[in-house]
Design a protein around this ligand. Structure first.
Ligand SMILES: [Zn+2]
Length: 149
């Protein structure tokens, strides 16, 4: 089976019944994205967008989904990230790790619904910006250090 490395995205209101390979459909109305598994197995992968499921980032040209997509319930068990319309393949998880991840998801959902705080899109984006800046600052610092030491 051929692994898909890049995707195109399409914003739709309703999810079409026939999905194209290598295309991710995003419905804001239903807060859901759907695509055919990037391993080429043809299975449809639904990623609900919510504070406890996936987060969708649209930068004006491409989309990213966080966290990674682990198709544990599919026979292929593929695992990848969609980052700026690129598919980044991740190592497959063992059953133990899958179970641990499921526990973690359940806990995250419970925590979210226990607290009434609604994280807004703005805080998410702001946090991301901060962490990106922190990273680049660090790498510049490391470069400087290398040069002077
Ligand atoms: Zn697959």
């Amino acid at each position: 089976m051929k692994h898909i490395k890049t995707l195109t995205h399409e914003f739709v209101e309703h999810i079409p019944s026939d999905l194209d390979d290598g295309k991710i459909y995003v419905s804001m109305t239903f807060a859901t994205a759907i695509h055919k598994c990037c391993c080429g197995c043809g299975q449809e992968v639904v990623t609900p967008i919510s504070p406890t499921d996936w987060k969708l980032i649209f930068d004006g040209q491409s989309i990213s989904l966080y966290p990674s997509i682990g198709n544990w319930s599919l026979p292929c068990r593929s695992h990848y990230w969609i980052e700026r319309n690129m598919v980044k393949w991740a190592p497959q998880w063992s059953q133990k790790r899958i179970n641990a991840g499921r526990d973690h998801d359940a806990l995250a959902k419970k925590r979210y619904f226990d607290s009434n705080k609604m994280p807004t899109a703005n805080t998410t984006i702001a946090n991301l910006e901060v962490s990106k800046k922190g990273k680049s600052r660090k790498s510049i610092w490391q470069k400087l250090k290398k040069r002077f030491l």
